[in-house]
Design a protein around this ligand. Sequence first.
Ligand SMILES: [Zn+2]
Length: 438
Amino acid sequence: MRVRWIMLTILAFLMVFALFLFYQQNRGALAAPIIVMGKSLTVAAAWTLSLAFTAIAAGSAWGISAWRFSRRNRIQSREQEAKQDRASVLMQVERSLANECYPQALADLTTLGHSVKVDELRIRALQGQGDHDQATEEARSAYARHKSPVFGYLLATADAKNGRLDQALERYNEILMADPGAVRARQGKFEVLKRQHKWAECLELLPFFETHKPEFYRVQFPGIRYEHLRQRLDNEGPNRQIHSAIDDLTQSYPEFVPGYTLAADSYIKRSEIKKAFDVYERAYQKTGHAVFLSMIAEYYIDNDRPEDAIQVLRQLMVKEKHAQVSYFLGRLYQRLEMTEDAHKVLEPLLRRNPENTHLALRLSDTLSRLDRPKEAFQIIRQCMAHLANVDHEYECHACGHGDKVWTPRCRACERWNTLDLAFTAQRNKIQAQSPIYY
Ligand SMILES: [Zn+2]
């Protein structure tokens, strides 16, 4: 723009100069014709000169602006290309991370310098390939560089994974101080407190999730409440307050089995055995869970009253007719070496559940104790035949799915390249276990 204005000024000056010459010519118009002619020539030359100047000025003004315009375009398109290159490298890196090609991702990232995104991807790649210490170092320096909560989270998760729980907690508190509504930080803090068994503090955090993450709240609440009450029962001993809290828990979550065991333990601690057994029986009726039968049997055996255990289970067997009641009764008979009775209970049970190998082994053991080895062997053979049906040669080391043939992709979890020979898969599983707890 400025160039154009300069050119216009020059043009105006030249026109003024031409007018001045014209004036000069008119003043001497009456002089000799030769002079007139000479003067006319001078004027013509001046006009030509001024026109030429004007043309040059206009031309260069246009040329300069066109050159500037194209240069700006070139720079812009170069920047555009660089931006596109960067975006495509970042996409490449994301793909590498998704495919777990961590060294490739790290190599691509070295060309991109530092930014929140680049640093974040680099830390993810380092974590992916197991360099947790280096990942933490990178996160620390990135946090110092960018002050982004992204790295605060990365540091906190790295600290939590490496068992530095207090540091992780400190980091989450920092994030929450800046942003009290940060759901992720609250959840991270909650998980750390859970690992520290700080149940009371977990319980304080929980109401926040009731509105922000109702599903999370629903699955966490009974467990946390149970642990907290269990901790209090162990520390303070049974008291009215704990007891009514336990009652509240079992009433609010009637399907939550640990709640009843807590209620029964609270009675046992107060030596109110009858009430504890009422809890077991009520709990069994409500949930149908086998653990209550086992608890009844265990309690009587521990207190040298096996006949009471038998009596309770027999009564229940009449009342409930559940297969698991007969199973526990058979198990109890076996344990008390009442082998005939054990056989009487276990035999029809196996006939109804022929594929249960555990039951088959128990019955076969009973039969050999009764000196009936042929029948015992027969049962083992049948049991082997059933085992052949569930037998598999290959096993997925990612999800544990078993398959009779090798497939390139696991039919259960749909991951590729995860099927190993079944008895080597076990070993691979152990090898794959990282020393860091996730
Ligand atoms: Zn699988």
